[in-house]
Ligand binder design. Structure first.
Ligand code: HEC
Ligand code: HEC
Length: 448
């Protein structure tokens, strides 16, 4: 619809004898719009426009967990609530960690470091970068995962099946995998509840991250009225439970959309939102780079699984090689047990890549330049991954130096919403310190 406005404008500018630079700018916009339309399932730019966090009817949601303002509000507190940490491995950690220990808003909802630390960590720094093992903890008792945390930004757009291996959720890619539910990973039994991945995963997430809601806790932390508003139709005996917490957390997470990114504004018609270089980079992304063949969803994520042969986390850092970690390294195969799924990982969103400098599931790349170089070379680095499993689309691209620089500019700036801190509450009903409440973090966060 933009085209019809822009073409006459271009003609006008030529007549007016404007600089060729400016005309080129308009042509670039039109070319880019046309290329994007050819990749879009409905041949329109709309496919790539993310719903605004306040537009609860337009945001993707689970029919079994319809979005309401009350649920979103409750979830926005609970995600940060250190008071939920009531089942720690060590008393030292009691009520000192939260979901946001590993999903820090200022680090684009990643941990601010290569690996997240929930219970068993101390300190925060500015964006979570200074969180380290707590001196009172054994390594084995810490809440750390053998894989890099995913951001929760835009998670609603790939919520059907969550985690790097997509193991949660009863539908989507998991239809036909029922034989594996509860087999290689006991928790995937929860898929029988029939929720989408996000709603399912967060039930297990609370257990994994040693959190527990009870009526008594809801009362003492000041949440009763919030639960009552969010779940008026859930019987009181079942209202203040981990399942309700999971549904509220999921509702909140579904509203975390990066709608202020320049590319989003450009899609909606603000041609000046992106620089010429970012637009050229976008063209590489959709055209020669073929990036959108896999990063195909509205948030450039997808519940599709590919092996790119990148290194695992235990190849980047020294980390305990327990069964859990080794299973993570197998990707989707660790969930389904199928040979053809081995070493395949979910296509992650590409918005807000600036927050941490750790890329891919094993944090094996430290800059977007390195990532783009990796895709351009098309050469797997991990010899654990058999060649025949590597994605066919992962092959040398032959990008020029300029194209690579442009592509990086699109990823780094065009897809960065610089204000995701707006999703962080100013304070919690409990008045607890967050996202961490160990003594060191409390000092750094100014909670004392
Ligand atoms: C110890 C760090 C840590 C804590 C604490 C933590 N997470 Fe995560 N989170 C991770 C890691 C690591 C992954 C990726 C794990 C995987 O894919 O196997 C992840 C993945 C996710 C995802 C999946 C996103 C996607 O695109 O599939 C969601 C949603 C999520 N976490 C929500 C939460 C919630 C809600 C909590 C609190 C109940 C929480 N996290 C607590 C580390 C953490
Ligand atoms: C074959 C499908 C496929 C193609 C083509 C593809 N990607 Fe990806 N991309 C993935 C998958 C899968 C991952 C996660 C891989 C992993 O960590 O094991 C990923 C990860 C990434 C990451 C890291 C994100 C993060 O959070 O760590 C970036 C950045 C990225 N891709 C950009 C691109 C760009 C740019 C292109 C085009 C040059 C591209 N991708 C082409 C499937 C693909």
């Amino acid at each position: 619809m933009r085209n019809s406005v822009l073409i006459p404008l271009t003609a006008l500018l030529i007549l007016a004898g404007c600089t060729s630079d400016f005309i080129q700018g308009d042509q670039l916009d039109i070319t880019l719009q046309n290329v994007i339309k050819t990749t879009s399932p409905d041949r329109s730019l709309d496919h790539y426009i993310l719903a605004h966090s306040s537009d609860l009817t337009a945001l993707p949601q689970d029919p079994n967990n319809p979005l309401t303002t009350a649920k979103v509000e409750l979830g926005s507190f609970l995600f940060f609530e250190t008071g939920l940490g009531t089942v720690p491995r060590s008393e030292v950690g009691f009520q000192s960690y939260s979901c946001s220990s590993c999903h820090v808003p200022a680090a684009d909802f990643k941990p601010g470091r290569m690996q997240g630390i929930g219970e068993g960590g101390q300190g925060f720094g500015y964006v979570g970068e200074a969180r380290v093992k707590h001196s009172a903890y054994e390594e084995a008792d810490m809440d750390v995962q053998g894989i890099r945390p995913l951001t929760v930004l835009n998670v609603g757009y790939s919520a059907e099946n969550t985690l790097w291996n997509g193991s949660f959720g009863s539908k989507g890619a998991n239809e036909g995998t029922e034989d594996a539910w509860g087999v290689f990973d006991e928790a995937t039994d929860l898929n029988y509840l029939g929720f989408q991945g996000l709603e399912t995963q967060n039930i297990e997430g609370l257990r994994v991250h040693r959190q527990m809601m009870t009526p008594e806790l809801a009362e003492s932390l000041g949440y009763i009225e919030y639960f009552d508003r969010a779940f008026p139709n859930v019987p009181v005996e079942e209202r203040y439970t981990n399942q309700s917490v999971s549904l509220a957390l999921s509702a909140y997470l579904r509203t975390l959309t990066t709608t202020e990114a320049p590319f989003q504004k450009w899609l909606k018609g603000d041609m000046s939102a992106m620089t010429t270089q970012e637009k050229r980079g976008a063209l590489v992304f959709f055209d020669k780079g073929n990036c959108s063949s896999c990063h195909s969803g509205s948030a450039f994520s997808a519940t599709k699984f590919f092996a790119l042969g990148v290194n695992d986390l235990d190849q980047s850092v020294s980390f305990r090689e327990d069964e859990e970690t080794l299973k993570k390294n197998k990707g989707r195969g660790g969930f389904t047990g199928r040979e053809e799924d081995m070493f395949k990982f979910k296509v992650p969103t590409l918005y807000n890549l600036q927050g941490t400098q750790f890329y891919f599931h094993g944090s094996s790349k430290r800059s977007l330049e390195e990532v783009v170089e990796y895709f351009d070379k098309g050469l797997p680095e991990n010899d654990r991954v058999p060649e025949e499993l590597i994605a066919r689309e992962f092959k040398p691209l032959g990008l020029t130096e300029q194209e690579k620089i442009d592509l990086v500019a699109f990823l780094r700036f065009g897809l960065q919403d610089n204000d995701v801190i707006r999703f962080k509450p100013a304070s919690l009903p409990s008045n607890n310190c967050f996202p961490n409440a160990d003594p060191q973090s409390m000092e750094e966060l100014g909670c004392n």
